[in-house]
Design a protein around this ligand. Structure first.
Ligand code: PNW
Length: 455
């Protein structure tokens, strides 16, 4: 419990925002209700063997119906903001064309209820649930998907821009492009190696770039950003081949996106490494669009990457290493609070974003059950939050313009290919009864959220 003892000492600027984050497919349920179209996750989860417990998000947390309960829990913790995503196929069942009014009405209710409780909505347009109709036309391999995304962004901004000012285009392009198109572990389940990862990444970035001006045009005063999953990357040893492998991994996960967005170029070393064999068609004006100025950068961070030379994903040829002596979550993710301060400082030094939000940070456990007093005493998770949040405070003291922090995640939910086996919530969900219960970590996080700003 050593880190929890820190809680009373953590300080943040008075206007710092603490919130929690979720994603539509992971919590909403209502899979085919009120005119929602099919998404690639609805389709992928039906493939035998791809989700460890054979589950899916058909019902998930039934947030579509229980959102008032969930907002009450945020209120109880004293959270000032809520980061959630819109389901593209709930609004546009075919990916473009006709708007589903009932889908729009759900987000109207959600946004209005949040505002009534003084909780600021941070909207993400794409958290991985591409309309299946667009996948049929090539999905993120098809440049047309970029234009469809920009149109969807414009429609969403027109619908909700009178009440929502914080807009994020994409959540973690690296994760959905590589896990979904190179490795086949996430939807749409394509295992096309580096060629797939890079092609999807270019089109995802172009979609982001085309959407930025559309959102600004439709939502007056909108602040627009993108969320990247960034990890400081360290070579496992000082052997030259490990240093080179770490640079390639850093290039694929971090620099590919950061350089394109903030400098309008792809990194030379990665263009050389990929070459014609792995690169998609990149038009002259694409990087100009991709580097449209943004108001904030969202960073999701859970761990650091320690990398050595290996055989994964040629020509990246790397292997992830788990340094001995560290603590790990049940997912095998290293618990290393310094990682979040290091990535904040590195990104700020190199790219000087106008402002930064930590849009996700948190940890998985194995499945939890209430004790005889009905409590979930998840000391490990509470410790994780205290340790990481203290390092965010330290980055701010060193001049990094971090404006807010969102815990991943509000409540236990559908953790993609891990189904319901890897809960990350501040709130426990009993998936038999849909009962919610604040965990110890939720109490501790609430205390930080209420007391640390302005201390
Ligand atoms: C994020 N990695 O995904 C997503 O944005 C969330 O939807 C997800 O539930 C959460 O983190 C927890 O997994 C990630 O391998 C997936 O480092 C994989 C990694 C990181 C983030």
């Amino acid at each position: 419990a050593a880190l929890i003892d820190l809680v009373g000492e953590i300080r943040f600027p008075r206007d710092f925002i603490f919130g929690s984050a979720t994603a539509a497919y992971q919590i909403e349920g209502a899979m085919a209700l009120d005119g929602k179209g099919e998404s690639i996750w609805d389709r992928f989860t039906r493939r035998p063997g791809v989700i460890v417990d054979g589950s899916n998000g058909d019902l998930a947390c039934d947030h579509y119906h229980l959102y008032p309960r969930d907002i009450a829990l945020m209120k109880e913790m004293g959270l000032r903001a809520y980061r959630f995503s819109l389901s593209w196929p709930r609004l546009l069942p075919q990916g473009s064309g006709r708007l589903n009014q009932k889908g729009a009405a759900f987000y109207d209710r959600l946004i209005d209820s949040l505002l009534a409780e003084g909780i600021e909505p941070f909207v993400t347009l794409y958290h991985w649930d591409l309309p299946q109709a667009l996948q049929e036309k090539g999905g993120w391999y098809n440049r047309d998907t970029c234009m469809r995304f920009a149109d969807y962004a414009a429609q969403a901004a027109a619908l909700f821009g009178d009440r929502v000012t914080k807009w994020t285009t994409l959540n973690e392009p690296w994760t959905f492009c590589w896990f979904g198109h190179a490795l086949g572990e996430d939807a749409p389940g394509l295992a096309d190696g580096v060629k797939g990862g890079v092609a999807a990444s270019h089109h995802a970035l172009l979609a982001h770039g085309l959407a930025v001006p559309m959102i600004r045009a439709e939502a007056r005063g909108a602040e627009v950003g993108i969320t990247l999953d960034l990890n400081v990357t360290e070579p496992a040893t000082d052997r030259e081949e490990d240093i080179a492998a770490a640079a390639r991994f850093d290039g694929a996960q971090n620099r590919w996106y950061l350089e394109a967005i903030f400098r309008g170029v792809y990194p030379e070393d990665m263009l050389d490494l990929y070459g014609e064999r792995y690169l998609p068609r990149i038009e002259a004006e694409d990087l100009k669009a991709i580097s449209a100025p943004i108001d904030f950068l969202g960073i999701n961070n859970y761990r650091r990457s320690v990398i050595k030379a290996g055989v994964d994903l040629p020509p990246l040829n790397f292997e992830r290493v788990s340094p001995p002596g560290s603590d790990y979550t049940p997912l095998g993710w290293e618990i290393w609070p310094q990682a979040i301060e290091d990535i904040l400082i590195e990104v700020n030094d190199k790219y000087k974003p106008a402002s930064i939000y930590i849009t996700e940070n948190g940890m998985a456990t194995t499945q939890e059950t209430p004790d005889e007093r009905g409590r979930i005493e998840d000391f490990g998770r509470a410790d994780y939050y205290a340790g990481y949040i203290a390092k965010v405070a330290s980055a701010i003291e060193k001049g990094v313009p971090v404006k807010g922090y969102f815990a991943w995640t509000l409540m236990d939910n559908f953790e993609w290919a891990l189904g319901y086996t890897a809960p990350f919530g501040l709130v426990h969900v009993d998936f038999e009864t849909q009962e919610r219960r604040l965990k110890l970590s939720g109490e501790i996080f609430g205390r930080i959220a209420r007391e640390a700003p302005g201390r």
